[in-house]
Design a protein around this ligand. Structure first.
Ligand SMILES: Cc1cc2nc3c(=O)[nH]c(=O)nc-3n(C[C@H](O)[C@H](O)[C@H](O)COP(=O)(O)OP(=O)(O)OC[C@H]3O[C@@H](n4cnc5c(N)ncnc54)[C@H](O)[C@@H]3O)c2cc1C
Length: 277
């Protein structure tokens, strides 16, 4: 028999726990919004935890610290030469023009650090930077993650092939997700849940107002006063998108936000997480 729990309230509900999801969750939680992250597996990180985490955001401050001469304009020239009008111009502009702002915002948190490493722009085209313009998360000593290490999806070698690897110094996607977990816990506004799968969206009068989720202890209706972010990877893109849902190509509008729910979560050392073990 399935147990149905009383409804819970949050400001923002984020579905998924890869780089996209945790960046969105961190942005909400760092701005004082009570945020719930739902991850269907027993680990946080998704494919992002396997990745190299090279991040292509032209003209950001981590590049500038390394003396890489780059700008949004130069990156836009390269991007436009390669991508053209194959994606919506508005999305291209938003992605390129807010990249530096995003990096600046994230690096205000001491847990979130990036550095430039040479990694070539693949194609010859106007605006190309010879040694590349990718930034990567600064490696993270695993000890800094404490108990959270057990919740981080292991490397692809270990997770998929059982090949043991040194996990003392986390790099690439391991560092990215590890750093986001640290930063989220520190906000005191984030409730991170593994083994909790979004089953469906709650739609009322044409607006997305929450999700129905299946967790280890049963089914819960989670209400979101400010919004639902679907960041569960492109391969599992939703076909049930509704107006007001972020991450939904069909989103047609946005309902005026309600007042944020006061955060009542526990301090960083004892996050209000719901670990899988
Ligand atoms: C080896 C490798 C190296 C890579 N290197 C790079 C690189 O250097 N730079 C780069 O830009 N890209 C790289 N990529 C690609 C990159 O990893 C992906 O594009 C990126 O991780 C996608 O991130 P995401 O946040 O959208 O999804 P994911 O990281 O895949 O996260 C999605 C999460 O959503 C969860 N989920 C799905 N459905 C539900 C549900 N119903 N309820 C709750 N949770 C759900 C999944 O379990 C998963 O944890 C690499 C990929 C690989 C495999």
């Amino acid at each position: 028999m399935t147990t149905e729990h009383p409804a819970e309230n949050a400001d923002v509900i984020v579905v998924g726990s890869g780089g996209a999801a945790l960046a969105a969750a961190y942005t909400a939680a760092a701005n004082g919004l009570r945020t719930i992250v739902l991850e269907k597996t027993e680990h946080f990180g998704g494919t992002s935890a396997y990745s190299g985490s090279g991040i292509w955001l032209p003209g950001n401050q981590a590049q500038h610290r390394a003396g890489v001469p780059d700008s949004v304009e130069l990156g836009t020239e390269y991007f436009t030469a390669l991508v053209g009008d194959r994606t919506p111009a508005e999305l291209q502009r938003a992605y390129l023009s807010t990249g530096p702002e995003l990096v600046e915002f994230l690096e205000r948190d001491p847990a979130l650090r990036f550095r430039y490493q040479p990694f070539p722009d693949y194609f010859e085209a106007p605006g190309r930077v010879e040694n590349g313009r990718d930034i990567f998360p600064v490696p993270l000593p695993a000890t800094e993650l404490g108990d959270r290490l057990a919740h981080l999806r292991p490397t692809i070698a270990l997770d998929q092939h059982g090949i043991e690897q040194d996990r003392e110094n986390l790099i690439g996607g391991q560092a990215l997700i590890g750093r986001f977990l640290l930063a989220l816990d520190k906000t005191g506004n984030a409730d991170l849940r593994t083994r909790t799968r979004m089953r469906s969206l709650i739609v009322e009068e044409g607006w997305v107002t929450g999700v129905v989720a299946d967790g280890p202890d049963g089914t819960t209706r989670l209400r979101a006063a400010r919004g639902v972010v679907l960041a569960r990877a492109a391969s599992s893109a939703s076909t049930t998108c509704a107006p007001g849902t972020t991450g939904c190509p069909a989103a047609a509008g946005r309902r005026p936000p309600r007042a944020p729910t006061p955060a009542t979560r526990s301090p960083p050392s004892k996050p209000s997480a719901r670990p899988s073990t």
